[in-house]
Design a protein around this ligand. Structure first.
Ligand code: PHE
Length: 456
């Protein structure tokens, strides 16, 4: 990301097609795939949930991602200014960008805590004590970590300082490129894990859980969760993709980039699912174990193979790198808004954001210990921030953006943007995307939200 992370008069752009794919993929692939997807699929009954997730990705995620990238590139500014520029004077579409900033803070607050666990697990893996297929051992190790307020806080602040350091040193571009280069390695490791997992005794049960739908488990709230996951996993609805789109070059093929990112994102998730569920059934874990699922099952799978300890260290290091790309894109939203809207130098905007996150994020670090009994609307702070961001702000942001593009920005401008002013010959793609944005995505998203939130 050329100069996008330093305080310069000129806005940065991604220098190459490689940079674009690296950063966009870096934003999409993260703990959403490795941690959230398996645990939500497990908690919501498996295959049926997966099916709805896939539908949401195709019908809502695909067009919304194209819309965000196109709007960002056209306006070449932060989410708030972008919508002000493209909307008719006086219409408050910029509020989507403002809501996105709130979502970024909420997401980063719990995300940084999960990254904290991943970092801690790198060291636990080196120590070797978690390498076991005994459920009680791996569960106890995880509970000891999250139950300790000091460790939870220190690891989280360490993660935040690490992210702040990357942004202040201006090595974002390097990290994104690194993430892209290392992604194949993560793929490879996940494939090894899958192979091991599929050779386990009860692998069949795990696969059936993941691929044979049981429609009785599909409730309105499960549908809302699946849709929220689609937004979260693809970094949609809160301005992250819009911001990255603003760094795209004019000749970047947006529909193609979108398709590639979505395909890669899906592959990583499926591999994670196939690595985890056979182990869940073989070693007697509960599929609905919640946020702990990955952390307790993965060590059990690694314990089954030679060099398991070394590979487990590599796995958590790679997961940390993948998560870093996602965190960078999340942090970029408030930083660029503070910088461009309030004229705060980028460095100071970064420091302010990290400081704010350390404060708000603490409530998530303390969720499983000191604040264990503190609940609002029946949820602890960790789950509450996740629920509000994934199931409310992201889908709402997505609906509004779809309505904006479909009904306000209009077909001609959208088509021009997606076809690079007519240089790409892709009328079918742009027409289909526009139709979905205008009629299908907003209506579906709204219905799912109202039903899932018990308002219908
Ligand atoms: N998509 C990222 C992940 O899967 C998380 C994310 C959400 C990043 C929203 C940016 C914006 O981990």
């Amino acid at each position: 990301m050329q100069e996008a992370n330093t305080h310069t008069a000129k806005r940065g752009t991604f220098s190459s097609g490689f940079g674009v794919l690296a950063a966009t993929l870096g934003s999409a692939v993260g703990l959403g795939n490795i941690w959230k997807f398996p645990y939500l699929t497990g908690a919501n009954g498996g295959a049926g949930f997966l099916l709805i997730y896939l539908l949401a990705t195709l019908v809502i995620g695909l067009p919304v991602m194209m819309a965000e990238l196109a709007v960002g590139r056209q306006a070449r500014s932060n989410p708030i200014t972008a919508l002000q520029k493209l909307a008719p004077k006086g219409q408050p579409w910029w509020l989507i960008g403002a809501a996105g900033m709130v979502a970024a803070f909420l997401i980063l607050s719990f995300y940084s805590e999960v990254v904290a666990w991943v970092f801690a697990y790198v060291f636990k893996a080196i120590g070797g004590s978690i390498l076991s297929n005994d459920r009680h051992v791996t569960e106890a190790a995880f509970n000891a970590l999250i139950g300790d307020p000091v460790q939870s806080l220190l690891w989280q602040w360490g993660v935040l300082i690490f992210i702040g350091g990357i942004l202040l040193l201006g090595v974002t571009k390097g990290i994104e490129a690194l993430a892209k280069k290392l992604m194949p390695l993560l793929f490879l490791l996940l494939m090894i894990l899958c192979a091991v997992s599929l050779s386990l005794d009860k692998a069949g049960e795990g696969l059936a859980f993941l691929f044979r739908p049981d429609f009785s488990k599909i409730t309105a709230s499960a549908i809302l969760t699946a849709m929220g996951l689609a937004f979260f996993k693809l970094s949609l609805g809160m301005g992250a993709m819009l911001t990255y789109g603003s760094y795209f070059r004019d000749d970047q093929n947006i529909p193609m980039t979108t398709a590639r990112v979505m395909a890669a994102d899906l592959c990583v998730s499926m591999l994670a699912g196939m690595a985890i569920f056979p182990a869940v059934f073989t070693f007697g874990f509960a599929p609905a174990a919640g946020p702990a699922l990955v952390f307790i099952t993965i060590p059990a799978v690694f314990s089954q193979i030679p060099m398991g300890q070394l590979l487990m260290i590599a796995f958590f290091v790679l997961a940390a790198i993948a998560a870093t790309g996602a965190m960078l894109s999340l942090t970029e939203v408030p930083v660029v808004i503070l910088h461009e809207r309030l004229n705060i130098p980028r460095r100071r905007a970064t420091l302010l954001t990290i400081l704010g996150l350390a404060l708000l994020g603490s409530t998530c670090a303390l969720t499983n210990n000191v604040l264990a009994n503190f609940k609002l609307f029946g949820l602890n702070m960790f789950d509450l921030y996740d629920f509000i961001s994934s199931n409310v702000i992201l889908p709402a942001g997505g609906i509004l953006l779809a309505v904006f593009v479909g009904w306000v920005w209009g077909k001609e401008k959208f088509t021009n943007a997606l076809s690079n002013q007519g240089k790409l010959n892709n009328p079918g793609v742009t027409r289909a995307a526009f139709f979905l944005l205008r009629y299908v995505s907003p209506v579906l998203t709204l219905l799912v939200m109202l039903k899932g939130l018990n308002l219908l």
